[in-house]
Structures are given as structure tokens and as C-alpha cells.
Design a protein around this ligand. Structure first.
Ligand code: ZN
Length: 63
């Protein structure tokens, strides 16, 4: 398993910050979420109604 933030190998055993290698990388990833860096990869279960409608209209446009 690699740290999603820095790509370094991550320890899983006794690692409270997994899948990250350190608290620093975990906080960086958290910051990315806050800044909506990862919005496009959000699971559909966690988006609000307006975002859902936006995705639906995009799918129609692609088709
Ligand atoms: Zn890391």
C-alpha cells in the first residue's frame, strides 16, 4: 500500500493514519478534500441534489 498523498510505502500495522504514511499526509489529503480537489471522484452517495442534477445533465450531453 502506498500513501495516497506522497506515494511512499505505508505501514498498515499500528498505523493510526493509514492509508497515509503519516499524520502530515493525512492532513494534506483532508485539505485537498476541503479545497474540492477531489470533487470529481466523490462517490454519488455523498453529493447534494444540485450536484446530482449537474451530473445527470452532463451524461445526457455526452450521449
Ligand atoms: Zn505520505
Amino acid at each position: 500500500m502506498k500513501c495516497p498523498t506522497c506515494g511512499e510505502p505505508t505501514k498498515w500495522k499500528d498505523n493510526p493514519d493509514r492509508p497515509f504514511c503519516s499524520e502530515r499526509c493525512r492532513m494534506i489529503d483532508l485539505g485537498n478534500w476541503v479545497n474540492e480537489t477531489y470533487t470529481v471522484s466523490l462517490p454519488l452517495t455523498d453529493i447534494d441534489e444540485s450536484a446530482e442534477q449537474r451530473i445527470e445533465s452532463q451524461e445526457e450531453f455526452d450521449a
